[in-house]
Design a protein around this ligand. Structure first.
Ligand code: ZN
Length: 366
């Protein structure tokens, strides 16, 4: 078993400038580093190196996604707009997604990192892969960037796998704490892509991702949303995997599984109110690995999305990579006891939310 590892120094140079956390600076908001900044991701890469895990991973060199690859998902006019704005010195999509002069280039390298990971896994050079890319992608719809996302990396990778790599059915599991609205929009009418998003109910985008969204005509049951109440922890996520994510994948029998891997459901994240810890992420990775072994010869690619706690993300990410690679380092997550102390057992109102989402599973096309 070999695990591919994608990252690139350029990813950390995508410049989101100053802001007031997630919002633009305004009259009474003192400028600080934008919340979507390189720190959590860079510290994840650094912990992978410091832990001794890096030599056990197979490096995969990212490439730039071509315009043809981007426009399998995105409107050509949108791609041209991002390029033109970047060339003019930078811009801001939807008011909350600033980008710099070189961000068109870096966003293409981000999408291309996931493409390279998928090519490596489908081509059999690695069993599975993790792409630590930036900027993230899952909020970007075909015609609009938002939520710190320029191009939808996972959707572009799914389009590529289907168009050129001979994969007919693809399952996307989005465990970022925010709704994978861009991925849902992209594949709304497409019965060949099963898009499952587990997210904090209504967190972002506002009112996005209700359980009643199940896909367009002819694609019913290929969109599944699991909106969990704030305060959900390990128990709610395990229930969501037991009752929704894994049964849906088992019905769909994909040829490839992609994960939109955000770490912002961890108990320290400033942009959400969930209570996962590194062992929760290790367990979710174990379950998608098992599903990939069962249905698609282990073909599994994870693409990094959000996660805004610079100290917690590295340990959650390392746990996932340890699980993917089967190599356990000597690293102990010092933050684990704190979040475990929050007591993330499944509560009745959370169980209800999972049960509501589970009702969609029988509609997943076989
Ligand atoms: Zn997120």
């Amino acid at each position: 078993m070999t695990t591919g590892w994608v990252t690139h120094e350029r990813y950390y140079w995508h410049d989101t400038g100053t802001a007031g956390g997630p919002l633009p600076v305004s009259r009474w908001v003192e400028p600080m580093e934008h919340i979507e900044n390189p720190r959590a991701k860079r510290r994840f890469a650094n912990l992978v190196a410091a832990s001794g895990l890096l030599p056990h991973l197979t490096p995969i060199e990212p490439r730039h996604a071509t315009v043809e690859e981007l426009t399998r998902v995105h409107d050509p006019a949108y791609v041209e707009y991002v390029e033109a704005r970047a060339d003019a010195g930078g811009g801001n999509l939807g008011g909350g997604t600033p980008f710099g002069e070189f961000s068109y280039d870096i966003a293409r390298l981000s999408a291309g990192g996931v493409l390279a990971a998928v090519e490596s896994v489908v081509g059999g050079r690695t069993t599975n892969a993790y792409a630590l890319v930036r900027p993230p992608g899952h909020h970007a719809t075909p015609a609009h960037g938002r939520g710190f996302c320029l191009f939808n990396n996972v959707a572009i990778a799914a389009g590529h796998a289907r168009a050129t790599l001979g994969i007919d059915r693809i399952a996307i599991v989005d465990w970022d704490v925010h709704h994978g609205n861009g991925t849902q929009d992209t594949f709304w009418d497409d019965p060949s892509v099963l898009a499952i998003s587990i997210h904090q109910d209504g967190a972002y985008p506002p009112r996005s991702g209700p359980v009643t969204d199940i896909g367009g005509p002819g694609a019913e049951g290929t969109t599944i949303n699991v909106p969990l109440p704030p305060g959900s922890g390990d128990g709610a996520y395990r229930a969501a995997f037991d009752q929704v994510v894994i049964p849906a994948i088992n019905r769909f029998e994909p040829g490839l599984i992609l994960v939109a891997s955000g770490f912002d459901a961890n108990g320290f994240d400033p942009l959400a109110r969930q209570m996962l810890h590194s062992e929760s992420y290790r367990e979710m990775a174990r379950r998608v690995l098992d599903a990939a072994d069962r249905h698609c010869d282990g073909r599994l690619v994870l693409a990094h999305e959000g996660g805004y706690s610079p100290f917690a993300v590295p340990f959650c990410g390392l746990a996932v990579l340890e699980q993917l690679s089967g190599v356990r380092t000597e690293v102990v997550d010092p933050y684990l006891p704190i979040v475990e102390n929050y007591d993330g057992r499944l509560r009745p109102h959370q169980a209800e939310a999972v049960t509501a989402a589970a009702a969609v599973v029988p509609r997943v096309p076989r």
